[in-house]
Design a protein. Structure first.
Length: 227
């Protein structure tokens, strides 16, 4: 298992904790917060020990060059006992010379020309997780913001926990309940939640199954038999 995270998590105590638990990591590693590591990278680049791989690709009519730089066993911080990590960087440039993406990562995975692109791709997948999960909780009906602002002690944590539980159950239902999945494919997300609110406000259902059966019947949907 590999843990992904932004630059905030790329610190020695947390990286050591990952390793103790048998976990790997690919963490964003920025120059401003890792000055010692980048001094080593700069020094090793001068001696030719930082390897480079350039990959050309086309997206539609536009061409891009992905330039990977990577080096192994550089200290994550200054001082005695510094954890040695492996470092890689991706710079994506258009044909006109404009840089469209640049980022770097620290990892405990070994980096080679054969896997550096995969490591960077995995590190960037964190944005997919954030956009499709965290932002969904904030903007797609769950209303989970950074701070609810309710209560002085436990209420905001309680509301956040309820949101996470709701999202968990909706995700499980999407994977395992054919009727739920059928309704969700038919109704937009906002309409679906509004319908749930209205139905449960005015009608009492014996169970979740009864609610799903009612919606299937009234929407006149055909649910495939997955038994």
């Amino acid at each position: 298992m590999t843990v992904l995270g932004d630059d905030l998590y790329c610190k020695q105590p947390l990286c050591e904790a990952f390793i103790r638990e048998g976990l790997n990591f690919v963490l964003v590693c920025q120059p401003d917060s890792h000055k010692t590591l980048y001094e080593w990278v700069q020094g090793l680049a001068g001696t030719g020990d930082v390897r480079t791989l350039a990959v050309n690709r086309r997206v539609g009519k536009q061409r891009y060059t992905d330039t990977y730089r990577f080096v192994e066993q550089v200290p994550l911080r200054d001082g005695e006992g510094a954890l040695e990590v492996n470092w890689c960087e991706l710079t994506t440039t258009r044909d006109d010379g404009k840089i469209t993406y640049k980022n770097a990562f620290a990892t405990n995975h070994r980096i080679t020309e054969a896997n550096v692109a995969d490591i960077v791709r995995n590190g960037r997948a964190r944005w997919k997780v954030e956009n499709e999960n965290n932002n969904t909780l904030k903007t797609k009906g769950y209303h989970l913001t950074h701070n609810f602002g309710h209560g002085k002690q436990y209420l905001s944590s309680l509301l956040a926990t309820f949101n996470l539980l709701a999202f968990l159950f909706h995700t499980l239902l999407e994977l395992m309940d054919s009727r739920y999945r059928c309704i969700r494919q038919f109704l937009p997300r906002k309409r679906f939640f509004n319908d749930l609110r209205a139905l449960t406000c005015y009608l009492c259902f014996d169970s979740w199954d009864a609610l799903m059966a009612f919606m299937i019947e009234k929407l006149e949907l055909d649910v495939p038999d997955t038994s």
